[in-house]
Design a protein around this ligand. Structure first.
Ligand code: SAH
Length: 520
């Protein structure tokens, strides 16, 4: 199966379907790791990564593992970067399956040969510049080192540079970084003009994409001084000039957060909305599910309340996390949204209102303009709360300001915990590694509990150490309450969003970088 060139959204629909149900996934380093989050929790994930000089698993062992698992009756996905039949050894692996009586199917993928140039703004054909393209390998066989048989003589004999140089208007080399000096020289020797434009696109379609542009005459020097390493696609031909007009993916005007590594500390279930928005602005979100949302184990209290909802004047939802739990309990009780018929609903912010609409088909009666508990109280549509009954289904640990103030104003408030947030150990470990490697530009906090859990995950014994670890990153809080919690842990927010929503948070980060770009 082709994983596509990197951008995790460039996998095919067929590929994704199979990934979601596979028992075993055998993958290498050019497939984006976040694709693995689609797999079943029970799936066996086998890394057989390849960096051109040191293979972590040799081809015969890869073949063996695929066939072995398949013969155990398991469904195996062999996930490969780009397209499996473009220098991907997909053919060899399929042959091996065939020999052992393992049935297979081929899921093509978007190849880096075309997609990496596309993300650099280089079309491989163009009516004015090229009517053909050719995809060529920079190594004759990429196992030459592995088997120790590489000799320049033999490899060179198989390469007919006279033909390659004129095979097409656009020449695309894969695995060509190491051999670049050779490629540039041979093409010129065989009649390609020294001023022919050349581009190298490293990590094409990934948020860490880098592009170096030059000519056959100077590209080697440029690539060396930029210290550009594999993986990269090398494109040779007039089409490279179109980048000056068509550059989009790494265009900072269009996508101001390009290349920024941003930690998203929402719980796993909620991370993707924020990540998608950041990605659309060019950022590379690092999803660290520091907290997980877990429904409480004991449902008797919430069930009782849901069975007598008409006794409440208002249900107040202080987080979207409560909505799926309520939906599940209604279902279990044989009820549906009509149980809310006599009751009004307040939601703390638009995301909660939307969850309510999507998951229960209900419209919120009231949502304050600012998503904090204080705003619910200040802007509440009824002024006389005496004797009114409120139901507040929420997290096990939460601030008391809402129920306490309601009670002060003469209302009755039933607080019922319906979910809790817990630390995700795997996510915590990954988080530490990211910071130790110094690869984080920005940290986002979307609630006080994400701050607390983040700090606890990074440094469970000594919370003050967390601030030290993250000192080079920009800290962004969704609103003033979250910002205060961050300060309590010595994490002074550099940005506090004016609008306390996920889009508001992204807009705040963006405007900071736009301003920086203008000043720079
Ligand atoms: N089957 C893959 C190619 C595998 S060969 C495909 O269709 O894309 C490995 C080579 O592919 C690398 O050396 C590099 O030249 C290229 N490559 C793969 N992914 C790439 C990416 N995201 N950016 C740039 N080059 C990439």
């Amino acid at each position: 199966m082709g994983a596509g060139p990197g951008d995790p959204k460039l996998i095919t629909v067929r590929g994704l379907d199979l990934l979601k149900t596979a028992d075993v996934v055998v993958y290498d380093r050019l497939a984006h790791p976040s694709l693995l989050s689609h797999t079943l929790p029970s799936a066996e994930k086998i890394y057989v990564g390849k960096a051109s000089a040191h293979h972590s698993m040799k081809q015969p062992d890869i073949n063996a593992v695929i066939v072995d698992r398949a013969l155990q009756g398991k469904s195996v996905v062999r996930l490969k970067g780009g397209d499996p039949f473009v220098f991907g050894r997909g053919g060899e692996e399929a042959e091996h399956c065939k020999q052992h009586g393992v049935p297979f199917e081929i899921v093509p993928g978007v190849t880096s040969a075309i997609a990496a140039p596309a993300y650099a703004g280089i079309p491989v054909t163009h009516r004015d510049a090229a009517s053909s393209f050719s995809i060529v390998t920079g190594h004759e066989r990429d196992d030459s080192r592995e088997s120790g048989t590489r000799t320049a003589g033999v490899a060179e004999q198989r390469r007919q540079w006279g033909k390659i140089a004129h095979a097409a208007d656009t020449l695309i080399f894969l695995m060509g970084v190491e051999a670049l000096p050779d490629i540039a020289q041979r093409l010129q020797e065989n009649g390609r003009a020294p001023e022919t434009p050349v581009a190298l696109v490293q990590w094409g379609t990934w948020a860490r994409q880098r592009v170096i542009v030059g000519t056959l005459a100077d590209i080697v020097e440029r690539v060396q001084s930029a210290n550009l390493k594999p993986p990269a696609v090398c494109v040779v031909g007039e089409v490279v000039n179109l980048r000056s007009t068509l550059q989009w993916f790494d265009n900072l005007e269009q996508r101001p957060l390009f290349g920024k590594r941003i930690v998203v500390t929402r719980a796993r279930e909620q991370a993707s909305g924020l990540s998608d928005l950041l990605r659309a602005k060019g950022a590379d979100p690092i999803e660290l599910p520091v907290i997980q949302i877990r429904p409480v184990e004991e449902f008797s209290e919430i069930d009782k309340a849901l069975l007598s909802l008409n006794e409440y004047d208002w249900v107040v939802l202080t987080s979207a996390n409560a909505v799926p739990v309520i939906a599940k309990r209604l279902e279990a009780l044989g009820l549906d949204g009509r149980a809310f018929a006599g009751t009004k609903i307040a939601t703390i912010g638009p995301a909660t209102a939307q969850a309510l609409k999507e998951q229960l088909g209900l419209r919120a009666d009231f949502t304050p303009t600012e998503a904090v508990a204080e705003a619910i109280l200040e802007q509440f549509p009824e002024s006389d709360l005496k004797g009114k009954r409120f139901l507040i289904p929420r997290a096990l640990e939460a601030r008391e300001v809402l129920p306490e103030t309601l009670r002060e104003r003469g209302a009755e408030a039933d607080v019922i915990p319906v979910y809790e947030t817990v630390i995700d150990a795997e996510g915590a470990e990954a988080l530490k590694t990211e910071f130790e490697n110094g690869g984080v530009d920005i940290i986002t906090f979307t609630s006080s509990s994400t701050v607390r859990n983040f700090v606890q995950a990074l440094s469970p014994q000594d919370p003050s150490k967390a601030a030290e670890l993250v000192k080079n990153a920009l800290i962004v809080a969704i609103g003033p309450i979250t910002a205060n919690t961050a300060r309590e842990f010595g994490l002074e927010p550099h940005i506090v969003a004016e609008e306390h929503t996920i889009p508001g948070l992204v807009a705040a980060i963006e405007s900071r970088y736009i301003k920086e770009a203008i000043h720079a």
